[in-house]
Design a binder for this molecule. Sequence first.
Ligand code: PBE
Length: 305
Amino acid sequence: MKLKKYGIVAGMSLALVAAGCGTDEEDTGTETGADEESSEESTNYGEELDYTITGIEPGAGIMSAAEEAVEAYELEDWDISASSSAAMTQALGTAYENEEPVIVTGWTPHWKFAAYDLKYLEDPEGIFGEAEDIHTFAREGLEEEKPEAYTVLENFHWTEEDMGEIMMAINEGQNEAEAAAEWVENNQDKVSEWTEGVSSVEDEEIELIFVAWDSEIASTNMIGKVLEDIGYDVTMTPTEAPYMFQAVATGEADAMVAAWLPLTHAHLLDDYEDDMVDLGVNLEGARTGLVVPEYMDIDSIEDLK
Ligand code: PBE
């Protein structure tokens, strides 16, 4: 958020300076701009980026989709570098501050769209799919063994804006658990719809499994806090995407709120859906793709060729 505001302020003062300048100086400004960005660079950033798209954790669905995109759009020269979600946002932030080009595997909901001016590259082949929903899954037997938790998880449904509030607070430096607790406190109207008619429990444990994607850090901490408030001793275990599905399917973990469908986690659903229970959608309108700063002179994945 802050950066975006600073960007606007900086942009405005430049505009004011420009407005105050005589014709000569304006010309100089234009020339400098043309020197910095040759027409070649404006259509293909390959060399400048060392033909690298900044990726996230290797097990993420968006990583497989990005690899598929490289094939579908015949981008043989390009590599997707695997790292972590934190490293990706770090690289994006650094590039953005310096107004340098950068291409990341990105998704919504995510605080980066509030913090920076970004755009999705068009994907005419539809490799990254349309809008996605995020589903909640529980292990077999949870309904019978922990009906209170099951009901809350089944009722849980919120919006991109809700999730965004927690993500932004964390991005601005608030502790994850505190940001989630504050949201729960401020949104008791929503939370009480999920917990309606649910009695409190004592001496009961529940394990939620998740991946440390910014969106899932927010949702897991939030629903963990709601379960804690009705008496559960909550464990939140971070892992990678394939193990998250596996843990719920084998009953090692009780539930997860982080399955992106129909596309992003389709391959994992194929492997595990027979052994877990789909409690439905907890958030609609999610999206994934290749994301770049607005200031980049490129609009489509096709332009990378
Ligand atoms: N993501 C965020 C995940 C799903 C949630 C888009 C990074 C993935 O690609 O698997």
